[in-house]
Design a protein around this ligand. Structure first.
Ligand SMILES: [Zn+2]
Length: 266
């Protein structure tokens, strides 16, 4: 019996040795962890990190931000990082005129709760900023900016509309490339942005399979009355309504293979 137990322990050790460096996502998006996560590079050929939180949340963070060990919330499961980098490359290959893809927060090094997010806990949630028009933003939107709020309210009519500066072509390709990846479960975007992107795709006659696949994964996040948490914001769109995904999108990945304790829940 003892020998049998020893053999079992040996087999288990072998298995662990084989997967010692493999990323694992554990638990839920809103209550989970990350083992052997990898860090997305600060800059690359096709992306950069736009992380305004670190400009005002914790002063010390800003000063340490060139130290790779101090870069918070740039960690994720390896396949999450691989897909994001791959998608950024695909968008810029299709649109050589597109600026770099701005990447926001992922997870912290070992997962768990991070400031200002409920999810992002197990290396499977990524915030991207919409691709910004270079004539507004330059190739890189200023690091400490919060990006452009693309859903606005007409003060005369009270009607909400999608601002004309929103670059539909690049951002449609971004959504379509994300939706194409089986690893991507859902993409949360502003409601008017979803409508605008789908209308653009219909008008430009994109392939019907691409359209349906992208439509299915795009999930509209509607404006709502601001919660107390958001009172610090001073722009009109926050004063009257809080439109959570009108300046950035949130990509959520399926539980990857090799993460047996990962659980999917929206
Ligand atoms: Zn997010």
């Amino acid at each position: 019996m003892q020998r049998f137990t020893q053999v079992l322990a040996f087999v288990a050790a072998l298995g662990m040795a084989g997967s010692a460096l493999a990323s694992q996502s554990t638990g839920f998006y809103r209550s989970g962890g990350l083992v052997n996560g990898v860090q997305i590079p600060d800059t690359g050929e096709h992306h950069y990190i736009l992380y305004p939180e670190r400009c005002y949340l914790e002063g010390a963070l800003r000063h340490n931000y060139t130290d790779p060990n101090k870069r918070y919330n740039t960690w994720a499961h390896k396949s999450t990082v691989d897909v994001i980098l791959d998608v950024a490359k695909a968008v810029r290959t299709k649109h050589p005129d597109s600026p770099l893809i701005p990447v926001g927060e992922l997870s912290s090094k070992f997962g768990g709760k991070i400031s200002q997010h409920n999810s992002h806990q197990n290396g499977l949630d990524v915030d991207l900023w919409y691709i910004q028009n270079p004539w507004l933003a330059g190739d890189r939107f200023p690091e400490c900016s919060r990006g452009i709020r693309y859903e606005s309210k007409d003060p005369n009519t009270g009607q909400w509309f999608l601002r004309g500066e929103f670059p539909l072509n690049w951002n449609w390709t971004l959504m379509a490339e994300l939706a194409k990846r089986p690893e991507v479960k859902v993409i949360f975007v502003g409601g008017l942005i979803r409508d605008g992107l789908l209308q653009y795709a219909r008008e430009t006659g994109v392939d019907s399979r691409e359209y349906k696949r992208t439509e299915r994964k795009l999930h509209a996040v509607k404006c709502k009355i601001p919660a107390r948490y958001h009172k610090g914001y001073s722009t009109d769109s926050y004063k009257n309504n809080y439109c959570p995904h009108d300046e950035h999108l949130h990509v959520r990945f399926h539980c990857p293979e090799g993460s047996p304790s990962c659980r999917e829940k929206l």
